[in-house]
Ligand binder design. Sequence first.
Ligand SMILES: [Mn+2]
Length: 381
Amino acid sequence: MLVAHVSDTHLGFRQYNLDEREEDIYRLFNEFVEKVLAEKPDVIVHTGDLFDQPRPPIQALRVAYHGFRRLREKGIRVYCILGDHDIPKRRSEPPHLLLRELGVVDVVGVDPFREEPFRVVNGVFVAGIRSLPKKYSHQLISLLNSLANKARGYERAILMLHQGIREHFPYSYELELQHIPSGFNYYALGHIHMRKWFYLHDGIVGYAGSIDVIRIDEWEEYLRNGKGFYLVDLSSKEPVIHRVDLEGIREHIVLEVDYSLVEQKIRELAKNIMGSRLKPILHLTVRGRRIDKSHVQRLLLRLLQGRVLTWRLRFEEEKKVPPSIREERISIEGLLKQVLGDEEVVELALKLLEALSRGDVSSAVRITEEYYKSLEQSSRG
Ligand SMILES: [Mn+2]
């Protein structure tokens, strides 16, 4: 079985409140549909954040319906799970249920605690669980284990999740690698907009990533890894994965210039982007002293208007540090001594500061308990 894995399409996303950016996503989704049709997979798995909001614009719904209907007409079945962006805050229905009603997609694991979150497709076990916040991690882990047990009855199994894994994305996760059970050939993951895959147990974990640069911090990663979808061939026991890139990603230009060079740099840029097919987005940081902001604005208007889609401008004023502060070095320990007086309390405060600035609450609790224990002992002794 050949599986296409796509994720985080964020239809309806409208960066900088620009029509063009909303259109970019629709255009990229259509490019995905074209490219995936050419690859003729048996099924497509979409691992969440199909829409950017649970109440998407009508155009987003129409684009999704149109694309999925074309796939359905070619006999390609689409299985979705809900991402955090797709889930309504109050008790109402996610937009996917409309697409399901229209017969173009199936949605797996909408309410995984009350319904069986899997399907059997051509003898392949396809499980999926909606995005769950960290406070449900325990329930999620036991669900995963029970699904893994069921998966063992099948030759091939796929698991769809919309979660972060600590070892790979330490800044945003609900699961650790040890919580992900064996028994699946392909673990299709969404939520993280980076494209990344790795081996786990006897299978492959794939983060398909987003189809466009949703946040500017994705731009660098896009340059390295591209954006698009994965094709996973499950015909042999060992899955084979390869990526298919989308070509219609709009360029972001990230530029930091010194104020003294700003005119020269903007002129150079204007020359370079003359022939761009899609107007790029400029992220310009101007650094220096006594920056005349309106001068920079006028330069941009004169030299770049019409050549870039928009610019995002940041100024970083380099301030002269007053000599009195510069010469006298501030030590946290010195400050704590002034405020707290007692050496032992200062030591406690420093230890707590060290632990808590790492976010290590359990160490902080232990340090505090030890401190009070030592107080008790010294009062008795
Ligand atoms: Mn997302």
